[in-house]
Design a protein around this ligand. Sequence first.
Ligand code: 0L1
Ligand code: MG
Length: 259
Amino acid sequence: MDNQKIKELADYVHHAYKDKKEIKKITSDLYPELTIEEAYIIQQELIRQHLEEGHELLGPKMGLTSEAKMKQMNVDDPIYGYVFRHMVEEGDVDISGYIHPKIEAEIAFVLSEDLGGPDVTAFDVLKATKFIIPAIEIIDSRYENFNFTLADVIADNTSAAGVVFGEKHFGPAEFDLDVIGVNLKINGELKDSGTSAAVLGNPVNSVARLARMLSEEGKVIKAGEPVLTGGITAAHLIEKGDHVAVKYSGIGEVSFFVK
Ligand code: 0L1
Ligand code: MG
């Protein structure tokens, strides 16, 4: 794929993000042969375009970290993308900033030192973790009806669009990180529940996997940046007027209104 095509496809996805208009997936007509490697190159160009517009990177995110989602996409490996600072929501979430947003209950990690390399283990992650934060990721695929191939969704920065963080931070040693339970309610109705083991057996494994994946690009997870480790629950559509509340056992609740 030449530079012009990379730019053209990154522009295509980026405009859909900015205009809040859904588009056909890249692989339907524009470039059916898109590979995973090419998709990450398009993602990098997309990130470059965000930075050029003055947006500040917040941190990386992992996607497709549950057995269910991996099976659904017929893949063995999770994927990664990036969240920007302007995507952090505080207070009510204005739905006009999205196309067809869905929420996922997640746990974010913040490290006290940079972490990278091909052999990073869960133990290394635990040693390096400063604190964890309960979080709700708001994903918003730019593709019609969330219909995409693995390569499409990588090129679309893994549907990254928004995030709501809990207000409190917790030391990792205070918990068994694989048995944090979540209850996800919309308008008081229980929509989903799960435990953190849904994330690659333990969200710590997700951070370790991310560090190893990034090392293939010569990158590291940087100290201080929040890392979204992947959905503990399935993703659920939200609508104007909704009240969203996710309870995490031992680490509080994250909630917001959708306006
Ligand atoms: O954060 C995620 O797991 C989303 C990955 C992309 C798949 C999707 O948009 O559902
Ligand atoms: Mg997610």
